[in-house]
Write a protein that binds this ligand. Sequence first.
Ligand code: NAD
Length: 585
Amino acid sequence: MTVLEGARERRVRTGGVELCVAELGDPRRPTVVLVHGYPDSKEVWSEVAARLAGRFHVVLYDVRGHGRSSAPSPLRGGFTLEKLTDDFLAVADAVSPDRPVHLVGHDWGSVQSWEFVTVKRTEGRIASFTSMSGPSLDHFGHWINKRLRRPTPRRVGQLLGQGAKSWYVYLLHTPVLPELAWRGPLGKRWPGILERVEKVPGGDYPTASLPSDAAHGAWLYRDNVRPRLRRPREDAYAHAPVQLITPLGDAFLSERLYDGLELWAPRLTRRTLPAKHWVPRTRPDRLADWITEFVTATEDGRSETAANGKYADRFGGQLVLVTGAGSGIGRATAFAFAEAGARVVAVDRDAEAAARTAELSRLIGARAAWAEAVDVSDEQAMEKLAARVAAEYGVVDVLVNNAGIGLSGSFFDTTPEDWKKVLDVNLWGVIHGCRLFGRQMAERGQGGHIVNTASAAAFQPSRVLPAYGTSKAAVLMLSECLRAELADRGIGVTAICPGLVNTNITSTAHFAGVDAEEEKRRQQRTARLYGARNYPPEKVADAVLEAVVRNRAVVPVTPEARGAHLMSRFAPRMLRRLARVKPPL
Ligand code: NAD
């Protein structure tokens, strides 16, 4: 996609400058105004704008002194928040004279938008505000003062943490040097730095105006930061609903800055995403989706947008595919994502069970849910599934390869057919999932997460689980290798390793080397044992969501799994001895 393809341009005169304004989409639709940050121009939004243009009237403008907007003269004093508010109002009046606009800001675009949405004179002109990586200077001032006034160790830590992240702000306050650096070597190197450090894809961004944007933009800091932090406004309350999107890997802003933001913005929806600072470039799909949902909800007069489940801030609207979702751990996992407002694809070879999971998921909060009847061991069926999901629902954000079957019996009782069956489902099912959906994630280049359900049997040897344990150990190692390979693409991989969990697996597990009657007896016995242990699959589901949020590598779930995991590291001999014990039959 090229920068702002198909955009209509106009010039808006205000306060001695001329602003370059670009418009996309149908002007009769709700207007979304995208405000860029530092050191950027409106083109930072090109990917997001292109995704929004089908639904909204999208407006972008170069902030004064940036891109193709003219700069104030003199520069000093020309970038105050008051003047930036004049500019915004002039743009809003030109592009949407009769209806309030939906405001979206990134970095300094967000800092100034906080001003727009908290001053009296814009009341009625802003329908909603989506903020990313740019706090209100007034809120920030109060945040600092509160910590200075009552400095507990935690608060001092928070101050020092944000202080260290603000190093560049001090530099920008030095005279002339920033201008020289940006117009010289830093300007040349910046695209490479963004690509290497921030993982911003190369191409037609940043634009050629970067050195002068960055040089002029230094005045944003000089004109506003010190005065506002010293004397923050007392009445900086948002008069429109706010959606706060916080990238958790932001090198410049601490998440803690937004603690207690509800005080200033009572109608607040929080979103988090595992990404660095330049989210408009690295996560355009997610941002466009969240902006669309928020704007649509506000237009429809709904104040509640996000689901209220735990982690709703993170998984709301995300596309999550769970295999083996018709029962046990898979079903509980689908429900947990549904509660967080995700869009859920429930896959199971049992069509009816998958349909039931999808139906219940919708009832408990999923933004949408679909059922797919597929055998994960069937390569072609999985290929078709991957193509269908991509075409109909999009690229999966979180993939949970969970489908699995049980198999018990000594090595010599386990037939080649038994081996084939368990490896086909437990290992090949996971391989197909990772290969097909993982590739789509990697090619999209906007991060994601893969969870593979292994088992405590992956690190705990047992004389009665040679085939099952082997399949799960392979899943564990596959997950570790894939995690290493996908780390620099922002894709996390987790192996979940449950111990004994009360599900249907016991009554469907195959017991090798015994006749049908004895197999039935053993299934019932194991089911009773797991029933007595009574560890619910919902707790495994909780561990899955937490593992994704914290990007954990290997997660043993249940106390016995955690114990075995520790022993495999610190007392492997003891674990080997335990492996020899014959289970009572
Ligand atoms: P479960 O039997 O309750 O659910 C498994 C689901 O997977 C079922 O709905 C089944 O129809 C589906 N499935 C089986 N084979 C499939 C295939 N080829 N294609 C598509 N779907 C298929 O079992 P569960 O305990 O929820 O197991 C889920 C996962 O957890 C499995 O990988 C299992 O090995 C693992 N696990 C379970 C336990 C436990 O104690 N229950 C412990 C460790 C690991």
